[in-house]
Design a protein around this ligand. Sequence first.
Ligand code: APR
Length: 231
Amino acid sequence: MQKKIVVLTGAGMSADSGLKTFRDAGGLWEGHDVMEVASPYGFARDPALVLDFYNQRRRQLLKVIPNAGHKMLVELERHFNVTIITQNIDDLHERAGSSHVLHLHGELLKVRSTGDETLVLDWKNDLNLGETCSKGYQLRPHIVWFGEEVPLLSEAAQITVTADILIIIGTSMQVYPAAGLLNYARQGIPIYFVDPKPSINAIDFENLTIIQSTAAKGVPTLVKDLVRKEF
Ligand code: APR
């Protein structure tokens, strides 16, 4: 039976595609305080600003393409049973061709009703104030904001428990509960961490191999190595 690989990705995964990470930008996200644009408080205070912020992110996303790192994770599926748990709201893993992607923090190309969270729609255009769901409630980005529950967390934890190998790519491991997923990995399994500035204090595990590199360079090297070791 194929080994199970769980891949946990963060903003660094998409940096080589041209999408900025959060913490590399000095705590600002494209010039904004994250609480202003990524919290229920921010949305209540200035909904137009928040919608505009995500409209810009959505437009930017539609202009960029998956990088060599995203593509090599697809290659990994030819040899292993792979599930990606991403903190990213972009769709670059899917566009590259990965089959199993779980978006812990939501998806930029989806919106949902503010009155009924089960009403989720695909959305590629701008979203404006006054655009409502079929029940008449304002639509909002389908994003998990700071202070909100992470609905897919228990599913992500159940997947992480099944990993024979864990790969972590481009995340500062500072944001909980995502960072806590590591604690669900079975003791002793090999863990690989690809990041040009790895926050190793956060990941203090036995059998940890650090690949100090960008995703576009480090992931292809790692994937080739894993395939070689396995066969
Ligand atoms: N390739 C790989 N990793 C990179 C690259 C690159 N080219 N460039 C930067 N990095 C690394 C940084 O060294 C850092 O460790 O990516 C990581 C980015 O960290 P963060 O910006 O904190 O992103 P992330 O960990 O995904 O943040 C988690 O915080 O703002 C919230 O909800 C948002 O999902 C996000 C969460």
